[in-house]
Design a protein around this ligand. Structure first.
Ligand code: AP5
Length: 179
């Protein structure tokens, strides 16, 4: 299985990824986690990414595609969390997988309304979880990432799940789509 979690910031991608990775022994590739690791390490890339992330904008396609390409060479059975986020990233991922004779098997869309997201993220309080940045992240999601719903629906790979309710119930619904 090669799975993508598609959903707005705070829709529960990271939370649900952790459950699936453990159950199905998948490699978890989160571009957000990779970028935060670069920031923590104080690398040049991290410094560049921090300003972009703090503003709630997207880091360049070139940087995130290179990070994924580097890790994909050793991976089998991957869960992509927060990647792809643009049409260019989705097309690059399809090409990278095709080189290995692989493809995406499932795209799980987590649907959560904006006000629920704002209250979840304000309660969490990560560096990019202030109201102004959250609202910009939501706008960026609508304009740049939401079109991927149509992209994967056209490939017959899209599974939509309501991401509101208990974490276990949402996980159970995702499992039903995977089986
Ligand atoms: P990233 O790290 O991917 O963050 P995000 O998409 O904004 O998502 P979050 O981590 O905020 O939320 P999530 O959906 O994982 O939800 P979670 O499970 O944590 O990206 C951060 C930034 O990095 C981007 O803004 C961008 O700048 C950059 N970036 C990353 N990838 C990129 C890419 N591919 N291209 C370009 N730039 C990129 O849950 C959120 C909260 O809700 C938690 O507190 C959790 O406990 C709670 N929660 C979870 N489930 C439930 C539930 N069912 N009910 C109630 N609360 C819940």
């Amino acid at each position: 299985m090669n799975i993508i979690f598609l959903g707005a910031p705070g829709s529960g991608k990271g939370t649900q990824s952790a459950l699936l990775v453990e159950k199905h022994q998948l490699t978890h590739l989160s571009t957000g986690d990779m970028l935060r690791a670069e920031i923590a390490a104080g690398s040049a890339l991290g410094l560049q990414a921090k300003a972009v992330m703090d503003a709630g904008e997207l880091v360049s396609d070139e940087i995130v595609i290179a990070m994924i390409a580097q890790r994909l060479s050793q991976a089998t059975g991957v869960l992509f969390d927060g990647f792809p986020r643009t049409l260019s990233q989705a097309q690059a991922l399809d090409a990278l997988l095709a080189e290995k004779g692989l493809s995406i098997t499932h795209v799980i869309e987590l649907k959560v309304d904006s006000e629920e997201i704002v209250s979840r993220l304000l309660a969490r309080g990560r560096a990019d979880d202030n109201e102004q940045t959250i609202r910009n992240r939501l706008n960026v999601f609508e304009s740049q990432t939401k079109p991927l719903v149509d992209y994967y629906n056209a490939q017959g790979k899209l599974h939509s799940v309501v991401g509101v309710g208990s974490v276990d119930e949402i996980h159970a619904q995702i499992e039903r789509h995977l089986s």
